[in-house]
Ligand binder design. Structure first.
Ligand code: UDP
Ligand code: MG
Length: 311
């Protein structure tokens, strides 16, 4: 029987937690009394995770599908792969580190039954996060709201339910720089949120390094905003206006016989300033062009080593 609900979880070096995760998903999903599947996407783990996943799949082959990606592609691509393999009428994406309590899926499904096509789990509280994570996350969401045209519900992560209708649209979006939260918001349809308490990570450590977070932020901004490009135009206007004013001042000074505006130091600082602004703008252009280059190659989003599922 085809599953009604697919649960998709990205797994990257989670050997300490993955068994407990599977158990709690089982308990929750069984309580719903509908056919379900669990798609565990191994995102190129380097610890015991791959072997553990295969063992879990062997023991619970009625429910568990394991997709081994060929290397580490990152959280956003791992959930994309999982959604591609899902067969359910509704798909729930959830972190495998138990920060998103699987029990909340019951509430998501309830809202889905009421007719919502997208149901976000919204973090009403976060437990055990560092001040650095909270600060950068806050800054990030504020920046996204300001700079881009999409509205992402504040404090909604990648824990959500998608109806097959929303899923079909999301699957058709094959861009490489992916920020699934914004893509989901872009799809529209009837969206709703369910509050939950985000738990502290029980074991292991966050796989989101500062580098990965910065990458995600740049992806989100360049993907949904052309504001950085407009900066170049504005700074061009400002520099040109400054230049014009200075020319007038210099001319008046000269005609009035007073001393010239300033010496070489002043000239040098101007050259550095304008040069710097130009370099920054070229860099911003480069970010966009690099992304265009990434997209036009039309490579697959991820590569798969092996899929394990019941024959
Ligand atoms: N993850 C992944 N690939 C990565 C990094 C993370 O599949 O390159 C998974 C990880 O196993 C977890 C989820 O994505 O299930 C969220 O990652 P993490 O808990 O490290 O991020 P945080 O909750 O700290 O933002
Ligand atoms: Mg986590």
């Amino acid at each position: 029987m085809d599953p009604l609900i697919s649960v998709v979880a990205p797994v990257y070096n989670e050997e300490a937690l993955i068994r407990e995760f599977h158990e709690r998903v089982c308990a929750t999903m069984d309580s719903l009394g509908e056919p379900w599947e669990l798609i565990l996407v191994d995102d190129g783990s380097g610890d015991e995770t791959p072997a553990l996943l295969d063992a879990i799949q062997g023991e619970d082959s009625d429910h568990v599908v394991v997709v081994h990606l060929a290397r580490n592609f990152g959280h956003q691509l791992a959930i994309t792969a999982g959604m591609d393999y899902a067969r359910g009428e509704a798909v729930v994406t959830i972190d495998s580190d138990l920060q998103d309590p699987p029990e909340v899926i019951v509430d998501l499904v309830k809202q889905w039954r009421e007719g919502y096509e997208v149901v976000y789990a919204v973090r009403a509280e976060r437990e055990g996060e560092t001040w650095f994570k909270l600060f950068t996350a806050g800054l990030f969401y504020r920046l996204i709201q300001r700079l881009t045209s999409v509205t992402i519900p504040m404090e909604a992560g990648d824990f959500r339910l998608l109806d097959r209708k929303a899923l079909a649209y999301l699957r058709s979006m094959r861009e490489h720089s992916r920020f699934v939260r914004a893509m989901t918001s872009w799809v529209g349809l009837r969206q709703s949120g369910v509050p939950y308490r985000r738990q502290a990570r029980k074991a292991g450590e966050t796989k989101y390094t500062v580098r990965k977070m910065v990458r995600l932020a740049i992806d989100a901004i360049t993907g949904y905003s052309t504001l950085p490009l407009k900066l170049a135009l504005w700074s061009g206007f400002v520099a040109a206006a400054l230049g014009a004013v200075m020319a007038v001042v210099l001319t008046i000074n000269r005609l009035g016989g007073t001393a010239p505006l300033a010496g070489q130091g002043f000239t040098a600082s101007l050259v550095l300033f304008i040069g710097g602004v130009q370099m920054v703008m070229v860099g911003i252009l480069g970010e966009y062009i690099g992304r265009i280059y990434d997209e036009v190659r039309q490579r697959p989003l991820y590569t798969v080593q092996e899929v394990r599922r019941k024959a």
